[in-house]
Every structure is written in C-alpha cells, then in structure tokens.
Unconditional design. Structure first.
Length: 152
C-alpha cells in the first residue's frame, strides 16, 4: 500500500468515494422504501412491489449496492490505500467501462425509449455514471504504471 502519492491515487480515491455514495444511496432506497424507489427512478412497478412487501426490489437494490461497494474497494486498492486485489487492472478497466457504457446507453434510452422511469431519470443517472466512469478511467490511466502487472 503506497498511499496517496499521485494525482491518479487522488482520482481513484474520489472514484471510491463516489461508488461508495452510490452504494449507500441504494441501501437508503431499501431502508426508506417505496417513496425513495420513486424518487430515485426505479419505476412505479418496483415501488408498488416494495409497498406490497415483496422481497424482489430489496434484493435487486441490495445486489446493486453490493457491487458498487466492491467497486469502491477496487478503486481504493488501485489508489494504493488497500492491498492489491485480484485482477486489479482488469477489474478497474471493467468498472470504468461499465460506468461509461451505462452512461452512453442511458443517454440513448432517454431519447429513444425512456419507458416507465422517464427521460429525467435516464439523463440524471447517465450523467452521474459518466462522471464516476470518467473519474475511474482517469485515475486508472494515471496509476497504470504503478499497478502491478502481475494483477492484470
């Protein structure tokens, strides 16, 4: 663990914080319930399922929160604040790619088929994913030489 010794480390720390905040927001949706499913754009169907006591919305939302928390851990590892996690380079490339792909796809959906979530949801959530993905990618690019090639 080499700590915060470079701009890339700082960006990956920011990426970790952003992913952790997204994970916490998802946990908050489960805790607060149907009103937050609606507020955060999960759609009326998910809100109604939550109102009816179905386990499905909570399981999906907590699954997303778990993935986002794992991604936060990988960003912390890439920043040098945690020991190197398995397949660190590959994972950080994939995480950056998923965020950026989700942003592009979401922007397209906002105009092509906004569906039950609506255009505003797709625009806001895609902008958030674009920022988080760009921060991950920039941090990764700057930290690439410092990351162990043995983890690739």
């Amino acid at each position: 663990m080499d700590g915060m010794s470079s701009p890339g480390s700082n960006l990956l720390l920011l990426a970790a914080i952003l992913s952790a905040l997204a994970a916490l927001a998802h946990v908050g949706v489960v805790v607060v319930g149907p009103s937050w499913y609606r507020l955060f754009g999960a759609g009326e169907g998910m809100a109604r399922l939550a109102e009816s006591g179905s386990w499905y919305p909570a399981m999906i939302t907590l699954g997303i929160a778990t993935v986002l928390a794992l991604w936060s851990g990988y960003a912390l590892s890439g920043a040098g604040l945690l020991p190197a996690l398995p397949l660190l380079r590959v994972a950080l490339v994939a995480i950056s790619g998923v965020y950026l792909l989700r942003a592009v796809a979401g922007f397209a959906l906002a105009f092509v088929a906004p569906g039950a979530n609506g255009q505003a949801f797709w625009l806001w959530s895609s902008a958030i994913c674009l920022v988080i993905g760009a921060v991950h990618a920039a941090g990764l690019a700057l930290r690439w030489p410092a990351l162990s090639g043995g983890n690739a």
